[in-house]
Design a protein around this ligand. Structure first.
Ligand code: ZN
Length: 401
């Protein structure tokens, strides 16, 4: 079991280990020198055996102490920079070099190693202390994204845990040092499901906004790269009897949010559902809750990020709200759904991942109260699709094995 803060602790211990080794070497060398000079002088009939015993004791003692102190710590923080022991290391998750190419964000040392799967998974799923997330993020922004942030680990940070208003089951930390302000938010869930939402501001302006999920930094892009702003078309009636609960990939010849949602609009979109489209197609994502016998069931996109790895991932955080007891609802079938237009995509594989938070709506003296539904495991929906090169034929690309 990985405990909180082990990574941070592991770092300081590695430094101490180097110092300890050095100190012990000096002591042993000193004793050897003193011992030998005594024997050479033959002064006071120095007992040869005594000196040898002292030296042996020091060596054995050092080894035992060394083993006792460090063996426990290292079994828990096994992935660290081999050069300076820094825990601020990264591997390109989602690429072929995952758990093979490693980079230390502290000293820039790069190494190649495939760690055992259990060790690697433990590293990815570990809970990260907010202060660690702050430094990890700033090092990432400075070293990987080259955003001009330096001296991360030398700063004098102030701040800490904030008491959020109106946020249930969510932790908020705010840190500042000189002109940098870092805000970290995360829901109280299992460590492996924690998505840390991070905002970095410099001199009052947002420098970077994104999240950290299982050791992967995700830059939030409010608008897909096609240049369009993030748009979401919500509907509750048009999809009844058409869209099952889940993720639907739609490929049309033009942006579907451009034409009015008339008569057969949703039926037309349903007919264009596919998992294999071409570069010529305009891709949209529909997330549906499926049919409900009444109104009162809502869907809301909380965040949307575009994750540039292989395969490219569209990450949604979505809120589902159900009517609580006594809440008056419309007596008609509904299909709560959201359509998100993406645009034309380049050839390759894509993944859509939807993280769901559920709430129950009730009214307290006329005021809406949203109670989160606590689940031991975060509900995640997944779908993948493929975009093929449109070269006027249906030939399989020759690069495919
Ligand atoms: Zn390093």
């Amino acid at each position: 079991m990985v405990t909180k803060g082990v990574d941070l602790f592991g770092y300081s211990v590695v430094l101490k280990r180097k110092q300890a080794v050095l100190t012990h070497s000096i002591i042993i060398l000193f004793l050897l020198t003193v011992g030998t000079s005594y024997m050479e002088c033959g002064d006071e009939r120095m007992d040869r055996k005594l000196v040898t015993s002292i030296i042996l004791l020091v060596i054995v003692g050092s080894a035992v102490a060394y083993f006792l102190v460090f063996s426990n710590v290292f079994s828990e923080s096994e992935i660290a920079c081999p050069k300076d022991g820094s825990p601020y290391v990264l591997t390109p998750i989602g690429s072929r070099s995952e758990n093979f190419n490693w980079r230390c964000l502290q000293c820039d040392y790069c190494w190649r190693k495939t760690y055992p799967e259990d060790v690697y998974q433990r590293w990815r799923k570990a809970f990260l202390e907010p202060a660690f997330v702050r430094d990890y993020t700033l090092l990432y922004l400075g070293k990987v994204l080259q955003l001009g942030i330096s001296d991360t680990l030398l700063r004098n940070w102030a701040g800490g845990k904030e008491t959020p208003t109106g946020l249930v089951g969510c932790e908020v930390y705010v840190y500042w040092a000189e002109d940098i302000l870092v805000t970290i938010k995360y829901p109280v869930v299992l460590p492996e499901n924690t998505i840390y939402e991070i905002k970095v501001e410099v001199q009052g302006a947002t420098l970077w906004e994104g999240s950290l999920y299982r050791r992967q930094f995700i830059t939030s892009i409010p608008a897909p790269p096609v240049g369009a702003e993030f748009r979401a078309v919500y509907d509750y009636y048009g999809g009844v009897g058409l869209f099952e609960k889940g993720i639907h990939i739609i490929a049309t010849s033009m942006d579907p949010s451009d034409f009015a949602t008339v008569n057969d609009y949703w039926r037309l979109l349903k007919e264009n559902e596919t998992l294999k489209a071409s570069t010529e197609d305009f891709i949209s994502i529909i997330i549906s809750r499926g049919d409900y016998p009444t109104g009162g069931y809502t869907i809301q996109v909380k965040s949307f990020s575009w994750l540039e790895t292989y395969p490219t991932t569209f990450l949604f955080a979505i809120n589902f709200t159900d009517p609580g007891e006594g809440v008056i609802v419309t007596e008609a079938f509904t299909n709560p759904l959201v359509l998100v237009p993406i645009g034309n995509l380049s050839p390759g594989k894509y993944v859509v991942e939807v993280h769901i938070c559920r709430f129950i709506l009730a009214y307290d003296a006329g005021k809406p109260v949203y109670t989160p539904v606590q689940t031991p495991v975060v509900e995640v929906w997944k779908e993948s699709f493929e975009i093929l090169e449109d070269n006027g034929s249906n030939l399989v690309p020759s690069s495919q094995p």
